[in-house]
Design a protein around this ligand. Structure first.
Ligand code: PLP
Length: 447
């Protein structure tokens, strides 16, 4: 089929996630045709370095034969088996066990979903079930963080605190509350670690006291806020927040949908920070984006309350494709790749990326560079001293994204003027150098 007719078919029929529908109809679709390693190729032959691993998910990189073989083998042998009731499949069981073995602390129970949004949504249902089973049904209030992203399911989107996910929808619900983001670059009270941690602790404490400590069910946090603009709290922040939740008996849910599976270096950011959440959500890197899958890790003590509360009654929460055997087979192979060298390569490539990005610090448009592992944000400003954001009216993010694309680089350009980097962990030195050089070229053209 000719590319032009594909563009017309797209325009006429395909509704794109998180797109301006009319804007997209004008702009037309960009169609990717193939990919290998960290390189993606458009239908018209244009090659780009994928500095964003698809949507921060293709952590292993593209074209791994062993992943394709694992999926093919499973498709031949058993393409579907429900995980409902007392049924199951070998890959799903093995995957749950392998993940539990690697998860922090007693996060020994794993519930599989199709992605991150339904993983977050599942935690909301599990949290409610937990408190009802514990005889505290009044604990029905949820707290999350400004600039946080927790997916776009009907209920989970309420925990998400990005304007685009609420405008026109009428969310969040009045049982979903927010505290300020731990945003060192734009914190009015200071940017040093102690100040940021103290401010978040004070905000969470005040919010819990305002709602009523016996009403708060759970607190949600990303170890690094991804879609909010790669906002990196100081080391120790998440432990402090976890401890405060424990103090109030509030469940602590870590959303590792982006940070999991090597994105910040280790398999899980929580493990690196020495904390054990009550539940933890993952997706994306779990299957490296080759097939859909997410998961909720649940601590033993949470699982036991739910299981004992239900007794012989079914816990009525499930999806037809929960614990899909093909996704599980892929995830098992991806896990092998991570531990067979990919995590190490990610750490090495991440250092090179940070060094490279740091050479852009003197650029007149660069206000801040932050991140960890293979996850970085470059915040652009028009006045460095005043930290003046790029004017939203000129749609700088859109223009920068377009220019970078023309220059052979896929990055994310967040509306607030932050460039997001999350390349595959398999990146070579040449890939990383291309990401940095093409960023410089793009910024120079934006001046
Ligand atoms: N949670 C976080 C932290 C995310 O970044 C995302 C997606 O980017 C989600 C949840 C939702 O995941 P999904 O898009 O797979 O539904």
């Amino acid at each position: 089929m000719l590319a032009n007719s594909l563009i017309e078919l797209d325009r006429a029929h395909l509704i794109h996630p998180v797109a301006s529908y009319r804007g997209h109809e004008r702009q037309g679709v960009r169609v990717l045709k193939s990919a290998s390693g960290a390189t993606v190729t458009e239908a018209n032959g244009h090659q780009l370095v994928d500095g964003f691993a698809g949507l921060w998910c293709v952590n292993a990189g593209y074209g791994h034969e062993s992943i394709i073989e694992a999926a093919t083998k499973q498709l031949r042998e058993l393409p579907y088996a429900t995980g409902y009731f007392d049924l199951g499949s070998e890959p799903a069981i093995r995957l749950a066990a392998e993940l539990a073995e690697r998860a922090p602390g007693d996060l020994n129970r794993v519930y599989f979903t199709l992605g991150g949004s339904d993983a977050v949504d599942s935690t909301i249902r599990f949290v409610r079930y937990y408190w009802n089973a514990k005889g505290q049904p009044q604990r029905d209030q949820f707290i999350s963080i400004q600039q946080g992203y927790h997916g776009s399911s009907t209920v989970g989107a309420g925990l998400t605190a990005l304007p685009a996910f609420h405008a026109g929808f009428g969310l969040p619900f009045d049982w979903q509350h927010k505290i300020a983001s731990p945003y060192p670059y734009r914190n009015p009270v200071g940017s040093d670690d102690e100040t940021i941690i103290a401010a978040s602790l004070a905000a969470l404490k005040a919010k819990i006291e305002e709602i009523g400590p016996d009403r708060v069910a759970a607190f949600y946090a990303e170890p690094i806020q991804g879609s909010g603009g790669v906002i990196v709290p100081p080391k120790g922040w998440i432990k402090a927040m976890r401890d405060l939740c424990s103090h109030y008996g509030v469940l602590f849910i870590a959303d590792e949908v982006i940070t999991g599976f090597g994105r910040t270096g280790p398999l899980f950011a929580c493990a690196d920070e020495g904390i054990v959440p009550d539940m933890m959500t993952v997706a994306k890197g779990l299957t490296s984006g080759y097939v859909p899958m997410g998961a909720v890790f649940m601590a033993d003590h949470v699982y036991d309350v739910i299981a004992d509360g239900a007794g012989e009654t079914a816990v009525g929460h499930g999806f037809t494709y929960s614990a899909h055997p093909v996704s599980a087979a892929v995830a098992l192979e991806v896990l092998k790749l991570y531990e067979g060298g990919l995590l190490d390569n990610g750490v090495k490539a991440g250092k090179r990326l940070l060094e490279g990005l740091n050479t852009l610090r003197d650029h007149p448009l660069v206000g801040d560079i932050r991140g960890r592992g293979m996850l970085y944000g470059v915040e652009l400003v028009t006045d460095k001293a005043k930290k003046t954001p790029l004017p939203p009216a000129s749609q700088p993010a859109r223009r920068i994204f377009d220019r970078a694309w023309e220059n052979g680089l896929v990055i994310r350009a967040f509306p607030q003027g932050v460039l997001g980097y999350a390349p595959p962990l398999c990146c070579t030195d040449a890939d990383i150098d291309a990401i940095v050089e093409r960023t410089r070229q793009t910024l120079d053209q934006t001046l």
